[in-house]
Design a protein around this ligand. Structure first.
Ligand SMILES: Cc1cc2nc3c(=O)[nH]c(=O)nc-3n(C[C@H](O)[C@H](O)[C@H](O)COP(=O)(O)OP(=O)(O)OC[C@H]3O[C@@H](n4cnc5c(N)ncnc54)[C@H](O)[C@@H]3O)c2cc1C
Length: 478
């Protein structure tokens, strides 16, 4: 091990190597999961990343790529120990206006990429609620979504080129600054959403789109979450495409009440935040009003200024911050169902809430059918969290949905992958993993199931306490 650490220090420089005992900040992500690495390295460029991965491959030591550690599924937590490769120093950024692309080091913070594009009248649309913290490399690794994705699509829709360090240290360059290509398999998409298990992304080329000159937003209230969910389906089915349409229920509103617009009653059952954008101010406003009418809520508040519009969105963004302030007391889900099934999914979550006595916030990117039912729990309810989350997964799958629309599987959800994809697809995924990473050193214990879901999944939820080397099993069921 000492020989490996010396070799790594020679590659990145002593000051950019952190031994495991000083690596507390790199041992966890935004969940409760935690495991210390052997060491953390902070390489400066692709060549250094390649040399680090090659050294680890020769020593058969795990390599865990890390962006900003905002994962909600234990993705960058080095569960197999090994070397964490922090990409934060790969922060070069070029806005190539003539080709309307951005070329970014994997460590560039996504919000900064978008702001740099904005200065040229361009925009990078995928905007996770964590946009001010997370990295573009992490977004590619998770195929992240966000608030604007209903109209603009997710990260995968924007990636045009990638530089990837493979498991043996070879450097693979894919795609480029061009918009179309139909020559062979789309290898880029294999790495998008692979959560650091197939390669380490060091540079990304993403498509940019024109920055809309005008935006208009409104908050519409509803007598029930089901009514709000039905309203979303109605608007989308009627030929209108909002720039964003976000759902927040009563529990969520209570959590973010400090940021709600003045005079707004947080005791309503649900709200939809709807936004339209475009270049023609009158058209944008008219479209918004038409959508508000179609939504048919109890009350609505249309923002009268950009300041007021910002204020409406602040309330939605506040949700993530409130959760971060109560770590270990919440468990966020990330399911998506076909848009027409949102009302039924909401009904099932509400039923589960009644059956368990747990509080479950329903918040999410409703226009994508992507809900984040977030379980809030007290210490004595901890044992109910795992089984409740598992039921939410089952419900989403039964309705033709997914257990993860944008956060990825990481460690927390990996054991449910087969329930969603079936054995044939999962077998192919395992074959691809073996082909690209025969030693299994890239981000081990993530994405692919290791145990049947009903045996180990629950151990990985918040009640899990390492005790006997394997962790104790949660006992209570529903
Ligand atoms: C408050 C809050 C709100 C959030 N809202 C959203 C949201 O709206 N939409 C959404 O999609 N997500 C959301 N997330 C989840 C999270 O921000 C995203 O998954 C994000 O893409 C993670 O980026 P990161 O840089 O923090 O990556 P990390 O957390 O460091 O890593 C995430 C995964 O990607 C891998 N990885 C990171 N960088 C690389 C790389 N360069 N090459 C290969 N693999 C890599 C890691 O190994 C890990 O498996 C939210 C998180 C928080 C805390």
């Amino acid at each position: 091990m000492t020989a490996l650490l010396h070799r790594l220090a020679a590659i990145v420089g002593d000051v950019h190597l952190l031994p495991g005992e000083e690596a507390e900040d790199f041992a966890h992500d935004a969940t409760f999961m935690e495991h210390r690495p052997l060491a953390v390295v902070r390489p400066a460029d692709t060549d250094q990343v390649a040399a680090v991965v090659k050294a680890c491959a020769e020593a058969a030591i795990p390599v865990v790529a890390r962006g900003q550690g905002t994962s909600l599924v234990g993705g960058p937590v080095p569960l197999g120990g090994g070397v964490v490769v922090s990409l934060d120093r790969l922060d070069h950024l070029e806005i190539d206006v003539s080709n309307t692309v951005a070329v970014a080091g994997a460590g560039v913070v996504t919000g900064q990429l978008d702001q740099a594009a904005n200065r040229h009248g361009l925009m990078y649309p995928p905007d996770p609620a964590s946009v001010e913290m997370c990295s573009i490399g992490g977004n590619v690794a998770c195929n992240s979504g966000g608030l604007r994705c209903v109209k603009y699509g997710v990260t995968a829709d924007y990636v045009m080129g990638l530089t990837v360090v493979l498991a043996d240290g070879r450097v693979l360059r894919l795609g480029g600054r061009l918009r179309k290509r139909s020559s062979g398999y789309r290898l880029i998409q294999l790495f998008v959403g692979s959560e650091g298990t197939l390669g380490v992304v060091t540079e990304v080329i993403v498509k940019l789109v024109p920055l809309p000159r005008h935006r208009a937003a409104a908050m519409v209230t509803f007598a029930s979450v089901e009514d709000a969910a039905q309203a979303v389906s109605r608007v989308l089915a009627s030929g209108h495409l909002p720039a964003a349409i976000e759902l927040m229920d009563r529990v969520t509103l209570r959590l973010v009440r400090a940021k709600l617009p003045e005079g707004f009653d947080p005791e309503v059952e649900a709200v939809l935040l709807v936004e339209q954008d475009g270049n023609d101010e009158e058209f944008v406003q008219a479209e918004l009003l038409r959508m508000v009418e179609l939504l048919g809520g109890v009350e609505d508040r249309v923002a009268q200024s950009s300041l007021e519009r910002e204020r409406l969105w602040e309330a939605r963004r506040e949700f993530g911050k409130v959760l971060m302030a109560i770590p270990h007391r919440f468990f966020p889900e990330d399911v998506a169902v076909p848009i027409g099934s949102i009302p039924e999914m909401v009904r099932r979550v509400r039923r589960l809430e009644r059956d368990t006595g747990l509080e479950i916030c329903i918040v999410g990117h409703a226009g994508d059918g992507n809900l984040h039912p977030t379980i809030l729990f007290r210490e004595e309810q901890r044992h109910l969290v795992g089984p409740t989350a598992a039921r939410i997964f089952q419900d989403a799958i039964e309705l033709g949905g997914t257990i993860s629309a944008e956060h990825g599987l990481g460690a927390l959800k990996r054991d449910y992958a087969e329930a969603e994809h079936g054995p044939l697809a999962l077998g192919l995924m395992r074959d691809l993993k073996r082909l690209l990473d025969p030693q299994g050193i890239l981000n081990p214990h993530k994405v692919l199931p290791e145990q049947p879901a009903d045996e180990t999944f629950l151990e990985r939820l918040p009640g899990w306490v390492p005790a006997d080397g394997r962790g104790r099993r949660m006992e209570a069921g529903l």
